[in-house]
Each structure stands twice: as C-alpha cells, then as structure tokens.
Design a protein around this ligand. Sequence first.
Ligand code: SAH
Length: 397
Amino acid sequence: MNNEVMREVILKPGKEKSLLRFHPWIFSGAIAKIPSNPIEGEFFTILSSEAQFLAIGFYQKGSIAFRVVSFANVPLDISFWKKKLQSAIDYRIKCGLFNNPQFDCFRLIHREGDGFPSLICGWYNGVVVMQAHASGMYLLLPSLAEIIKELLPNDVKAIYNKSEHSLAFVNGEKTSNHWMYREEKEVTVHEYGVKYVIDIEGGQKTGFFLDQRENRKLLMQYVNGKKVLNTFSYSGGFSLAAIQAGAAFAQSVDSSAKAIELCERNARINEVDSIRHQAICEDVMAHLQSLDNSFEVMIVDPPAYAKHLDAVDHALKGYIRLNRRAMEKIFKPGILFTFSCSQVVSAVQFRQAVFSAGVQAGIQLKVLHQLHQPADHPVNLYHPEGEYLKGQYRDWE
Ligand code: SAH
C-alpha cells in the first residue's frame, strides 16, 4: 500500500479537461513534466499546468501513461482500497449477484467501471481469479487479495493471480501466475440450470466468459426445438444453455482444441449426449463455408478483432465478412445472435458492419434486441471505452 509522499506529474495546458470530466486515463502526449525514472506501478499526484490538483494515478510505460484511481486528494492507505473493494461488493449485492439461486459466477471487479483501472476479477463459486493488465494493479494484488478475504470471510475458497498473459513484465521483471490463497485448480459452477467446469489455470480469460451470462439466458427464449450453431464456442456456454432450453441440436465450433475438450466435458457433466450436441475443432470461416442451410439459430461471438484504434477498419471488414457468411448459411427465417467485443469498435460501427453484411447477403433484417455486457461489468459513464461488448439479435423473413 502506498503511504509515502507521492511524486508529481504536470500536464500540458488544456490537457486537464478530460480529467475534470473524470476520464481515468492520461495519455503520454498530455504530459509536460514527469520526474526522472518513473517506476511502473508508482502512484503520482497529477497536477494541471497551473499546479491545480487533478487526480492520483499510477504510471505505466506505453501510450496510456497514467491510470487514475482517485480524483480526490486522499492517502492511498489500506482503508482507501478497502472502501473501494467494499463498494464493488456492495454494488454486486445490490444487483442480486451474491447468493443468487440461478448462478454462482460473476465478475467481482470490472476495471474502470469499479474504479480499479486495468483489473478484472472473476468470482467462481468462491474461487477468485484476479487478472491485472497494468502494473499498478499487479503490484497491489497481494494486498487486495488480503482485503477480499477479510471482507468475504465465509465465502472465499481460493485466490489465483492470473496475470502472466495480460501483463508479461513489470519494471523488466517477469510476472507469474500463482495461487495467492489456497489452491483450487478446477471448480464447477452453475448458471441458469447448466453446470460448467472452470479450468482456473488453463482456461481463457479468468476461466469463463462471464460477460455473456445474460445473453446466454436470453438465447434460451428462442431455441426450443431448434437447430443451433454456436461459433467461437469456447467451453460451450451458448450451446449448453440452448440445449437446457429445449434446442433439438447444438453444434459448437472453436479452433482451440483445449476449448473443445472443455466443451465436451461440459456436455458430459450435463448429461447431454452426442445426438443433441457436437463439438468441432475448426476455423469458423472454413466451417461456415462447408455448412448446409439447416441451422435456424446461430451465435457469432468472435474474439476482439481490433485491440487498437488503427485496426478498426480492418476489424470492420472482418465483421462484415463473418456476418455475411453466417447470414448466407442460416436457415431462413432464422435468428442470428452476433457480437463484437472490440473495445475500439463502437456500437454504431458494429451495427453498420452487420447492415453491410445483410446488404451483401441480399436479405431483410430486423433487430430484436440490442445486447450488452451485464451489470457486473459496469461501464463508468465518464469512460465510454469500457462499454466493450456489443451485440444484436437479428432475424429476417
Ligand atoms: N461465446 C463464448 C466465448 C467466445 S471467446 C462463451 O460464451 O463462452 C472467442 C473464442 O473464439 C475462443 O474460444 C477462441 O479459441 C475462439 N477462436 C478464435 N479464433 C477462431 C477462429 N478463427 N475459428 C474458431 N474459433 C476461434
């Protein structure tokens, strides 16, 4: 915990504006003066060109030089972090996420949306998986883990630091994945009547795509008796939700052999047989190419196609190609459940891409739902970049 006197950073004239509107990032080009040898993860007091206090943030090499943790001039002691964590927990209690009979997994901390820039944290039936994407949070993880244990004394079963892939180095030193409290390599969770094995150490992200929970539930309304294709399926979330809701058949497609293995395991623990579910390890575009026109519902949930602004045009072309191919192959009238999780692609741009795909495929489309990330992935209103998951549920005549 940082109790020392913080060094100061001075911004260029005019660059205080976004901070006065509570935007929590400071780009390197906004900085007029920074002390020598800043250490990654070090907390600084951020001042305007006129020496007015603006915020406290931590340093990271790269284009986002500082991430703000406080817009008030307060000490960053244990009680500061405890209050922040308590508020993330209280919010989730208010949203009905804890002790919910319908699911026992959700996101416990969501980045800037909870005031922890670059930190995500999954809750899997008491097993906590923490993933830092920047050094300030990585260095704090041991202290945050202690506070989480203290605030949820009867609930926390184990805590894992899974940051090695999201943040390879801090100040030149390699980061590592490791258990910070007890060890629980696998945990079985449930969500809307379906069981899922979470491979904590080997799974993608923090283990599961928690952000699609409410969209998996929505899908359940539309699949009774239908044939469902789940592309980019990972561990089979949408497929098993569909079968639980009465789908006649679901096919899961993912290019990762490990994901397909998990998907098959999940089918087994839910006692779903091969007549109702099939998992295929293949590239989605190649799979769509060879497909017949019998699938009435399709889910298209690719990984982020653009991670940076300069990749947006390329990503949009990718979304058009992919959605066009899905639209050509779906049984008509059908339902397409399509997503972008690229933070830098706006909802308007994504809608335009799906529109273009529809025109190219020569079909009429209507939007049934606009889809988003759920409440445990809150968006900080002053940080619109946090609204990363956009989706549309479409059908046509
Ligand atoms: N819908 C899933 C999450 C999808 S994440 C859920 O609800 O759990 C994206 C997935 O796409 C990953 O599992 C990744 O392995 C897979 N993937 C990435 N590129 C692919 C490609 N070209 N073809 C098939 N799968 C791909």
